[in-house]
Design a protein around this ligand. Structure first.
Ligand code: ZN
Length: 302
């Protein structure tokens, strides 16, 4: 079949090649940003993070503004490319028109690496913007781990991790350090506990329970993110990629036993340690992460 508009197709190919050429090379300072929503400045309730609600328009606008503060700071610090992965829910929260004009957006879901899609060894640093604390954390806005209706906890080699740990280990797999985490005070504390004291944390709110918080004024919160990103990129060499040694034993605790049934019945490599907990071991972290997501996907919602 004859290809229509060959000249246009060739032109499009050339320009796409230019935009994405640096993925193949080792450029100066590529920055990867994974942006979730619960830890965004101003957000205290799922009505602000769920499409179809009247408050969602504000939530997605605040999300773009927090991430734009990080993008601006990265560019001012000398970033040669900034990739933003929309990492919440449908992963179509950021309107591409609202994103900083020089940032590249990864939009939509599902993606093989989910909240970390797009990361590769060519990146110098990774930032987590708008992150939240793990399921079961007190005084933490919208605390959960991956799926609020399915997951009670995730442990890797005996340690319970928030999403920031699970995702930092993916960055670490590719040799990329997570240098900054923004969100509420609770996720900032957990970032320090999991990633160590050198990671820069930016608290944009302090929670009273799960659905209320004292907010840093919005313009000030974005300024804090900008300053934090600059500080983090300045001390880049001192923050090591988050790597833990293989093998990786994952334990997934569900809310109810019915959620563990399908994984236990269908997957021979999975062991049921109790009615509500499945465990498996992987030698490759990414393979383990994929199995974790499969087990969560197999579980019916409560
Ligand atoms: Zn989220």
């Amino acid at each position: 079949m004859k290809r229509p508009f060959p000249a246009f197709a060739a032109l499009a190919f050339v320009s796409i090649g230019l935009v994405f050429a640096s993925a193949q090379q080792k450029p100066g300072l590529k920055v990867f940003i994974s942006v979730d929503m619960e830890g965004i400045s101003g957000i205290v309730h799922s009505d602000q993070t769920t499409a179809g609600t009247p408050e969602y328009a504000s939530g997605r606008k605040w999300m773009a503004q927090d991430v734009n503060a990080a993008v601006e700071a990265a560019l001012e610090a000398g970033a040669t490319e900034v990739v933003v992965n929309d990492s919440h829910g449908s992963m179509r929260n950021i309107d591409p028109d609202d994103l900083h004009p020089l940032a590249i957006l990864i939009s939509g879901s599902p993606k093989p690496l989910s909240m970390m899609q797009g990361i590769d060894p060519s990146f110098a640093a990774c930032l987590f913007i708008g992150y939240h604390a793990k399921a079961g954390t007190e005084d933490a806005i919208l605390d959960h781990t991956i799926s609020g209706s399915v997951v009670r906890f995730v442990k890797v080699n005996g340690v319970e991790w928030p999403e920031l740990g699970l995702n930092a280990a993916i960055a670490g797999y590719y040799g990329v350090p997570v240098v900054l985490v923004s969100g509420d005070l609770a996720v900032c504390r957990q970032a320090g506990e999991v990633l160590g004291k050198d990671v820069v944390t930016v608290a944009v709110k302090e929670a009273y329970g799960r659905l209320a918080a004292k907010l840093v004024p919005m313009a000030q919160a974005r300024q804090l993110i900008k300053t934090g990103v600059k500080n983090a990129l300045e001390k880049l060499g001192r923050i090591k990629p988050f790597k833990i040694a293989a093998p990786y034993t994952f334990e997934l605790g569900y809310h109810v036993s019915a959620q563990a049934d399908m994984g236990a019945m269908l997957l021979p490599q999975v062991k049921r340690s109790d009615a509500r907990t499945l465990a498996f071991t992987a030698n490759d972290y990414i393979e383990g992460f994929r199995m974790l997501r499969a087990l969560i996907s197999l579980a019916p919602a409560r």
